[in-house]
Ligand binder design. Structure first.
Ligand SMILES: Cc1cc2nc3c(=O)[nH]c(=O)nc-3n(C[C@H](O)[C@H](O)[C@H](O)COP(=O)(O)OP(=O)(O)OC[C@H]3O[C@@H](n4cnc5c(N)ncnc54)[C@H](O)[C@@H]3O)c2cc1C
Length: 467
């Protein structure tokens, strides 16, 4: 007679989801085998909307074309052969009943409605989403920078603007096409802008009528500094470096509206533009509000230092979705990093997400075996950021680096961190080839409409570039 295995449901296949499952796979070999053989044991189910984990720190390089989009994602099925990977989304969780309501690709296509997935242990790690504000026009014209789709969409879009500017006789259309506005001066916004500006400047040499100086790149930041992750002095250096490249960095400035593709800033300036990138912070994933688990005032899951959801049995969380006490605050490196509540909780970043995921898995295994749990403690080590090819800024363990050494450290650090030897090798090969040959500057925006040409031929559609 077969015996039902205990089920660990991991919601989210990002940093926390993937690293937790990897560790569980390593620590629960015997139990996972028993489950496969129908002898009880433990089954690990990983649920996420995509069958891959995205290594987000490489998105800016993917947008710039230095790394192919396929290599910034890690296929979950390949790295988690002993787990069940399900492509779908949890829409709500009833932890009192130990049931997640899940919409899978199959239920969505069949229109049958969501299914209920029972579990014994829950790891909730849906991460965060862009924190938007009710700025008029933002929802219609803005684009975020959190996913590989957004990064590649933005790359194609920027290159397409050069094509538009090059082929129009209308000075207003040309000016708007060549104006790129980025809102938010954290690493996502600054790295994305710096990498794309670098790429667009390089691409100009292939257009007979566009010079780099014709482009207007604007960074809008509400506070008086950018890149809080690398410390104040390096943040100031980054502003100087960007301004030296003719990038218009506007501190203590907000985007008031962007209706009809005109960015109105709080300093009174207005900028007609066809590109508006919103990277002004993140907020916890909205699915957290659809659970019966305790949330803090910011909407993150309230957790203990052992990564258990506070006061709840059999529920665990980590990463951007979790509010974890920062036990290292006040230590050598201070609080858990910018974006957290200094001295109180860990900031939402990959550095914490990866380490928390490993401890979460260890504590979950310990709890299954009736062993003692350990508390999470990590002093923020600092950060590295790229400002385009051969340019960067870093502060690591109090040491400040800038220019080429910082850029090199950024690449070396992330290469060492990106999961799997396969990905590391491919990325290294791409960087090496990029050093030997010129950058790719082709826009493949039409990939986003693969049926357009056929619909035109069949007479049922409209060419996307048509009137
Ligand atoms: C452009 C960019 C650059 C960055 N650079 C750095 C850096 O240099 N250093 C650093 O420390 N941090 C960096 N970060 C932040 C870092 O990537 C995040 O802190 C980290 O990804 C958090 O891990 P997570 O597992 O909590 O969330 P994620 O990695 O975002 O994973 C969440 C996963 O859950 C899935 N999910 C969402 N909703 C559901 C649902 N309802 N059901 C099932 N699954 C769901 C999502 O699709 C996603 O796969 C960067 C972020 C961005 C966007």
């Amino acid at each position: 007679m077969t015996k039902e295995p205990a089920r660990i449901l991991v919601v989210g296949g990002g940093y926390v989801g993937m690293y937790t499952a990897l560790r569980l796979q390593q620590r629960l070999k015997r139990e996972l085998r028993s489950a496969r053989e129908g002898r009880g044991g433990v089954q690990v189910v990983v649920l996420g909307p995509d069958p891959y984990m995205t290594y987000q720190p490489f998105l800016p390089e993917a947008a710039a074309g230095s790394i192919s989009p396929r290599h910034v994602v890690v296929p979950l099925r390949r790295v988690l052969p002993h787990c069940r990977v399900v492509t779908g989304e949890a829409t709500s969780i009833d932890h009192a009943r130990r049931v997640a309501t899940v919409e899978t690709l199959a239920t969505e296509h069949a229109g049958t409605g969501p299914i209920e997935v029972p579990y014994d242990e829950l790891v909730l790690a849906p991460g965060s989403v862009s924190r938007t504000l009710p700025v008029p026009g933002l929802a219609d014209h803005g684009i975020g920078f959190k996913t590989v789709e957004e990064a590649i969409g933005l790359r194609n879009h920027v290159l397409e603007q050069l094509d538009i500017a090059s082929s129009t006789r209308d000075p207003d259309v040309r000016a708007a096409a060549l104006t790129f506005v980025f809102v938010g001066g954290g690493y996502a916004g600054v790295e994305a802008l710096a990498e794309l500006e670098d790429m667009a400047r390089h691409a100009c040499r292939y257009y007979h009528n566009i010079r780099p100086a014709d482009q207007k790149w604007i960074l809008v930041e509400a506070t008086d500094r950018i890149l809080p992750e690398v410390g104040e002095a390096m943040g100031r250096y980054a502003v100087r470096e960007l301004r030296r490249r003719n990038i218009d960095v506007r501190l203590e400035t907000r985007l008031d509206s962007c209706e009809n593709r005109v960015a109105h800033l709080s300093d009174g300036s207005r900028h007609p533009c066809r590109t508006l990138v919103w990277t002004a912070g993140v907020k916890p994933h909205p699915v957290l509000a659809e659970t019966d688990l305790p949330l803090d005032e910011r909407g993150r899951l309230r957790c203990t230092a052992t990564l258990r959801v506070d006061g709840v049995e059999h529920a665990w969380a980590a990463g951007d979705a979790a509010s974890v006490p920062d036990l290292a605050a006040g230590g050598a490196s201070g609080a858990g990093g910018p974006g957290g509540e200094p001295g109180r909780e860990c900031a939402p970043n990959a550095q914490h997400a990866v380490r928390q995921a490993r401890l979460l898995a260890d504590n979950l295994v310990a709890s299954l075996r009736g062993e003692e749990l350990k508390a999470y403690r990590h002093a923020y080590a600092g950060s590295v950021a790229s400002l385009g090819l051969h340019k960067g800024v870093a502060q690591v363990y109090g040491r400040k680096l800038r220019g080429y050494p910082a850029w090199f450290l950024h690449r070396a650090y992330h290469l060492s961190r990106v999961p799997t030897v396969n990905r590391k090798t491919r990325i290294l090969a791409e960087w090496t080839l990029a050093g030997l040959f010129k950058r790719e500057i082709v826009s493949l925006g039409s990939l986003e409409h693969p049926r357009a040409e056929f619909e035109l031929a069949a007479g049922t559609g409209r060419h996307p570039e048509g009137p």
